[in-house]
Design a protein around this ligand. Structure first.
Ligand SMILES: Nc1ncnc2c1ncn2[C@@H]1O[C@H](COP(=O)(O)OP(=O)(O)OP(=O)(O)O)[C@@H](O)[C@H]1O
Length: 766
């Protein structure tokens, strides 16, 4: 039995150093990935890869919420004889992007009627960076901050012919670094200074254990539908003086539970900061809070907030506030000057006149920002519940704000450092997530710069972002839970291999030095990668602060059985409202006998063993080998297509079906097979489906080879996500012979499918 000790200053320092090293490696990997793409790919290839849109012209500039300049770009017909629709691309609202001069790969004739002064662009303008605000088939709108691009360059003097490039987001890394620096100043102050460190910070770093719960005697649940495990989690979160964890397996109502906690905290006049790992997670919570009439303010770039929730944004609330009326007349003047400068349809204002006008705009903007700043302060002062992404909590609007409680949803998908950004603003922390689903995406696992090197085999598997592998876990175990008799400082011999840092690490040597031979180990352990989340660490240090939700409202009981037994110690139960639901119960689905074998079984397994449906490795060389290694399986794709067609013929709407697979190359292939006929069918990677559900899910496993290699299919957390997305029907297509060679877990799953699924021959054409 090893006793855990509190960290020494050296160990605290080693922990912070490790976080910094990991973040630096991740930043480098992110930038390297982007620059590799930009350097290896010709402009045409960048467009083919969906990372650039070229040949654009400015269709207009207007002033948007929060003083942003909204630059609308389209493909002017003068440049293109072909349709002006964009080709497929990866730009989504919220992406960072740069507008710069259009570049062509090879010499082309100048455009008729234009003087080519620089390459073929005609006129050199300035590059600006911003955020994608809106995208349609023909237009892309980039929002540029009033106090960044336009102000710094004084003039939004964009090139006449532009392109838009997708950028790596380094702001997030800056904020994470800043949070780690702030943490260091708190816990390892320079001599002489003695800052007040909150007990929460000390607990999260293993210096103190959490205080005992403070009973809440008058607790009246506001939502009568909460089940017992949800009520227990709400009670524990409210009673915890400093920290609580909510473990929500798939479909167990994590968000439902958090909404109750927020309502209870608001009723007690607590000021709450609610964060999510992603904008989607934040909007999901916002959507659920708004109907309860809770006064919420959503921080974040309006471009990153769902259209339907815009009225809850700080920008919109500021615009509607009494305080901002003062700023409105200034805004009108800016608007008219901006449209004159954009000069759409008229002659472009140039030279001294343009400079003078920009100086005026600059002055007006300064005044407007001052007036708006006052309005923002007033709105923030009134807000009871503030919502933002974790890194958004580092924005200037929250610079001096303090909260009673910070809640982080999907905390198991957030890197630890990003969680520290909001944590440093609060006295108490509630984390919700599921450590048995996929961790945050970490690019540096695959990088030369990574403190932890991957094996060549892992590396090959992880070239596309959607395929970033996690360390294959041979023993994913449910960590010690609140409801079992456990010593708080128990032996962690059962800890999974994840926590073992690479032996050659300098920081780990520091850890080993600090660890005396008497088997005492430090409670604060060094993470081996950014995949180790704060939730994981706190759970391991203090298992009693965790409550698990145990009733799921998504899957048919059979679909739930394997993950529940193997990952959740059989604690995950199916609510009676879903335990027996089948596709045939859907109102649109045919009740004819003809379709019975399609819409009745909850789990179907097309076993392709012996069919010789071999996988193919992609090596298209498109991006200098960046996509090399992704797998596809055409015959399996055909089997998926046949089953989807049957489901649809039986009356299941394409929008109720998802086709998922771990491999990007298979997504591409399946898209080419199915997209044209079924635009509403969801086709994507397993990773992209985390947090979502569909009535029917068809899962293509892809791997089929003589070497019995399964690659990152063996990652249990990915498999868990894959098999827990369906509500009524799961169809698995795969080669049991290959897949069952991928370790005990996959072997057991194949055996379970043989026993419990409606097993069919994979080559079956009928
Ligand atoms: N106590 C309850 N009674 C009835 N339905 C519930 C209850 N709790 C949750 N649900 C339903 O279960 C579904 C999943 O809930 P929710 O979205 O809150 O879960 P989640 O754990 O956040 O989901 P995910 O697994 O996607 O992260 C929702 O449709 C929700 O309405």
């Amino acid at each position: 039995m090893r006793r855990k000790t509190i960290p020494t200053p050296e160990q605290l320092s080693a922990f912070l150093t490790r976080q910094r090293e990991l973040l630096a490696a991740e930043r480098a990997a992110d930038i390297e990935r982007t620059s590799l793409l930009f350097s290896k790919c010709s402009p045409k290839l960048l467009e083919q890869r969906g990372l650039a849109l070229g040949g654009l012209g400015v269709a207009g500039v207007e002033l948007g919420l929060g003083g942003k300049s909204l630059v609308e770009l389209e493909r002017p017909t003068a440049y293109h004889t072909s349709p002006i629709f964009f080709s497929p691309h990866t730009f989504r609202p919220g992406d960072l992007a740069r507008i710069d001069q259009h570049v062509v790969s090879s010499a082309r004739k100048p455009i008729k009627g234009k003087k080519a002064t620089n390459g073929e662009t005609g006129e050199t303008g300035k590059a600006v960076e911003g955020v994608v605000y809106r995208v349609s088939d023909t237009k892309i709108v980039i929002a540029i901050d009033g106090d960044r691009g336009a102000q710094e360059s004084e003039d939004l003097d964009l090139p006449e012919r532009c392109r838009v490039l997708k950028l790596a987001n380094t702001v997030t890394y800056d904020r994470m670094d800043k949070a780690i620096d702030a943490l260091e100043r708190l816990v390892l102050p320079a001599s002489g200074s003695s800052p007040a460190v909150s007990r929460l910070v000390e607990i999260l770093l293993g210096i103190y254990p959490p205080s005992p719960p403070v009973p809440v005697t008058d607790l009246q649940f506001m939502d009568p539908s909460l089940n017992l495990s949800q009520k227990n989690a709400v009670r524990a979160a409210l009673q915890a003086p400093e920290v609580a964890l909510i473990h929500g397996p798939p479909g167990t109502g994590k968000t439902h539970t958090l909404v109750e906690i927020i309502r209870q905290l608001v009723a007690k006049e607590q000021k709450v900061l609610v964060c999510g790992a992603s904008n989607l997670a934040v909007d999901n919570l916002l959507e659920r809070l708004v109907p309860h009439g809770i006064p919420v303010t959503r921080l974040g770039h309006p471009a990153r907030v769902l259209q339907s929730l815009q009225s809850s944004t700080l920008d919109a609330q500021t615009a509607a506030s009494d305080e901002s009326q003062l700023a409105k007349d200034v805004k009108a003047d800016i608007d008219s000057a901006m449209s004159a400068l954009a000069g759409k349809g008229k002659a472009r204002i140039r030279g001294a006149e343009r400079k003078k006008m920009w100086d005026e705009v600059k002055g007006l903007r300064k005044e407007w920002r001052k007036r708006e700043g006052g309005a923002v302060k007033a709105v923030m002062g009134r807000a009871k519940v503030v919502l933002s992404t974790c890194h958004g909590a580092g924005s200037r609007q929250l610079q001096n704000s303090q909260f009673d409680v910070v809640i982080i949803d999907e905390a198991t998908q957030a890197m630890e450092a990003v969680c520290w950004i909001p944590i440093l603003k609060a006295k108490k922390l509630i984390l919700a997530g599921d450590p048995l689903q996929l961790p945050p995406t970490v690019l540096s696992l695959d990088s030369e710069n990574s403190p932890k090197k991957t094996t060549p085999k892992e590396k090959k598997e992880s070239t596309a972002k959607t395929e970033t592998p996690s360390e294959p876990l041979d023993e994913v175990t449910l960590p010690e839970s609140d409801d079992e008799e456990l010593e708080e400082e128990s032996d962690d011999a059962g800890a999974d291999s994840e926590e073992k840092p690479a032996a050659s690490e300098p920081s780990q040597q520091a850890e080993r030095k600090a660890e005396p031979s008497s088997k005492k180990i430090c409670r604060l352990r060094l993470p081996h990668s950014l995949e180790v989340t704060l939730f994981d660490r706190v759970e391991r240090m203090f298992p009693r602060v965790k409550k698990m939700l145990t009733v799921q409202y998504r899957m048919h009981a059979i679909i739930c059985q394997f993950p529940s037994t193997t990952l959740y110690r059989s604690k995950l139960k199916s609510h009676e409202s879903v335990a027996a639901h089948l596709l045939r119960d859907l109102p649109t689905v045919s009740k004819d006998d003809e379709f019975s074998d399609v819409v009745t079984p909850p789990v179907v397994f097309f076993d392709t063993a012996g069919c010789e449906f071999f996988e193919r490795t992609e090596a298209d060389g498109l991006s200098g080998g960046l996509d090399e290694g992704s797998k596809s399986n055409e015959n399996e794709g055909a089997a998926v297509q046949r089953w989807v067609q049957k489901l649809v013929m039986a009356g299941v709407a394409p929008g109720q079906i998802a086709v998922i697979t771990p491999y990007q190359a298979q997504v591409t292939y399946l898209t080419s097979l199915l997209r044209a006929d079924m635009p509403d069918l969801e086709i994507g990677t397993v990773d992209g489906m985390q947090g979502r559900e569909k009535e029917a899910v068809v899962l293509s496993l892809v791997r089929s080879n003589d070497k019995r290699e399964v690659g990152f299919l063996r990652e249990k957390r990915r498999l868990n996500v894959a098999m827990t997305r369906p509500r009524r029907h799961l169809c698995v297509v795969g080669d049991s012979e290959t897949v069952s060679q991928g370790g005990t877990y996959l072997k057991n799953w194949m055996a379970w499918l043989e026993q419990n699924a409606d097993v069919r021959y994979g080559g079956d054409e009928t």
